[in-house]
Design a protein around this ligand. Structure first.
Ligand SMILES: [Cu+2]
Length: 157
């Protein structure tokens, strides 16, 4: 009788653990997920005008971005030119871009990757389009270690 009741008690505690521990874990993961989304919302990427148009980035500077070809499956080169108020090219900025598919967030996320400055004083970055759908490019422009502009461009392939 005593042994039987301790088995019952043990089973009861085991069921309690299974019931309580797993939902708690799920809840914690959900909470963390919410926090991640909020952290991302806090960093605002402004939707940029179309390629070839001026994008004002402040202090008289503007950028113009374009692609070496209409984006399609494969590698497309993103080019960004930055001009100062007098229209001369400026390569004193540091540019980074994070590429992903919003519909399957994280599946192809590249993380922030730096652009390289070319001989023509363009900022260039190869982007690998590995599947059809909507892609997003999140561009971060920094100068002297400070973020001066965050822009976003979506395109369909
Ligand atoms: Cu995908």
């Amino acid at each position: 009788m005593k042994k039987g009741s301790s088995i019952v008690l043990f089973s009861f505690l085991l069921i309690l653990c299974l019931l309580y521990v797993s939902p708690a874990d799920t809840g914690r993961q959900k909470l963390m997920g919410v926090r991640e989304v909020r952290a991302e919302d806090a960093t605002v990427y402004v939707s940029m005008p179309d390629p070839g148009k001026r994008v004002v980035i402040g202090n008289g500077y503007y950028l113009i971005y374009s692609f070496d070809k209409k984006p399609k499956l494969g590698t497309v080169i993103m080019k960004v030119e930055i001009f100062s108020a007098d229209g001369s090219k400026d390569t004193s900025f540091v540019l980074r871009a994070d590429t992903d598919m919003p519909s399957m967030r994280g599946a192809h996320a590249t993380g922030d990757r730096p652009f390289v400055v070319s001989k023509r004083r363009d900022y260039v970055l190869p982007i690998n389009v590995v599947m059809p759908g909507t892609w997003e490019i999140k561009l971060t422009v920094t100068k002297d270690g400070r973020t001066v502009y965050k822009g976003r461009h979506d395109f369909n392939v």
